[in-house]
Design a protein around this ligand. Structure first.
Ligand code: PLP
Length: 384
């Protein structure tokens, strides 16, 4: 059944005032997320330290995140950020043997390259898969660099600069053929696309709750495939990563048998409230239905931009696109300001204006954006 997207949209008050195309930076705030944050405040006033409830909130986030990814709760670490999850994972890898290579792509968000470069001091060798002449990175480019020395292929699902979606099944196939593992940075995808870690057959996945997952900053997740959890012992650790959090044993490190071993200290309680409420909206609408809606809206945006003679740099092929459409401009900062003055909220990176689209956007939102772009074309169009 198709969700009632119009009713869902009414739960995001900012959408009455703004054409909000910025979910790839920070989502619109839902009434239920705001209410959840307020519930935490009420709890603090009424009870003070309500630890039993708060610990359960962290578990609720774990369970909801697992459901969104089609994983089990024991495969999810609730982290402070995507970077925190990556660091905990990296700390569990051994780069001193012959398999010391980490393959990343030129589409990575900085953190998913910098953290692997940081492992060079521990023996890692990081190689970057370059773009092809058309700006995309087809799987063949990966085939040249994934080899018997590759321990990990760490790639983004959707590029934060241009909205291009990598061919993850093909990349996973190449990695498997060489005995390498795959980490997927889902941050620009999950919540806007259906990300099924089992169907994609990735070993690890990271992301966070402030964008398409409709929560807040300061909370993220790391998925670790069940079969790998016990063999990976992070040296980034803490008391919330222990088998028994309440043991308070200072004589040894006894990591949890689940992916909780990749956590560290006290959870960000208020963020758990917000994240749970956001994830529940995604689950209520359904990741697959959201993906279909987002695909139709991004396609409309791409076609509209083509019609005004200002095509996006984002791939046209639906299978190669995420929830964001990136439009090249010679003067992104000024264009961003002009759009903001028209109550159209976007963002920009490099030479692209980014319109990031969620299920709560409408055809009218897209048409308003395209029409505004038509008005700015003469002054801000980029010579490609
Ligand atoms: C693709 C991608 N990965 C990682 C991050 C950063 O994650 P965090 O700040 O939670 O470490 C972002 C944030 O914009 C992102 O877009």
């Amino acid at each position: 059944m198709t969700p009632d997207f119009a009713a869902l949209r009414r739960r995001f008050p900012v959408l009455e005032r703004k054409t909000y195309l910025n979910s790839g930076s920070y989502c619109a705030l839902a009434d239920s997320v705001r209410a959840a944050i307020n519930a935490y405040m009420d709890d603090r006033l009424a009870v003070g330290a309500n630890w039993d409830v708060w610990v359960m909130k962290n578990e609720a986030v774990r369970a909801a995140m697992a459901q969104v990814l089609n994983a089990s709760a024991d495969e999810i670490a609730v982290t402070a950020s995507a970077s925190a999850g990556l660091n905990a994972l990296a700390s569990a890898f051994d780069f001193t043997g012959p398999r010391n290579k980490v393959v990343v792509s030129d589409f990575e968000f900085p953190t998913n390259a910098q953290i692997w470069h940081a492992q060079e001091r521990r023996g890692a060798q990081v190689v970057h898969v370059p773009r092809a002449a058309d700006g995309y990175i087809p799987a063949e480019q990966f085939a040249r660099l994934i080899d018997d020395r590759t321990q990990l292929v760490a790639v983004t699902h959707v590029c934060f600069r241009n909205g291009a979606r990598l061919d993850i099944p093909a990349i996973v196939g190449l990695a498997r053929a060489k005995g390498a593992r795959v980490l997927l940075d889902t941050y620009q995808a999950v919540g806007g696309l259906a990300v099924d870690v089992k169907a994609l057959d990735v070993d690890f996945a990271v992301g966070g709750m402030l964008k398409y997952l409709l929560g807040t900053a300061g909370i993220g997740f790391l998925y670790v495939r069940d079969a790998l959890v016990r063999e990976l012992v992070p040296t980034n650790s803490g008391w919330f990563a222990q088998e028994k959090i309440t043991a308070m044993d200072i004589t040894a490190n006894r990591p949890s048998p689940t992916a909780r071993r990749f956590e560290a200290g006290t959870p960000a309680v208020v963020n758990c409230y917000a994240a749970e409420a956001g994830l529940n909206i995604i689950l209520e609408a359904g990741p697959k239905a959201i993906e279909e809606r987002v695909r139709a809206l991004t396609r409309r945006c791409m076609e509209g931009l083509e019609a005004i003679g200002w095509p996006a740099v984002t791939p046209r092929d639906d299978a190669r696109r995420g929830p964001m459409v990136a439009v090249p401009s010679a003067s992104t900062a000024q264009l961003f300001e002009k759009l903001s003055a028209q109550d159209i909220v976007t963002s920009f990176r490099d030479n692209n204006i980014r319109a990031s689209i969620h299920f709560y956007n409408t055809e009218d939102d897209i048409d308003r954006f395209v029409e505004a772009m038509r008005g700015h074309r003469a002054q801000h169009h980029a010579a490609a």
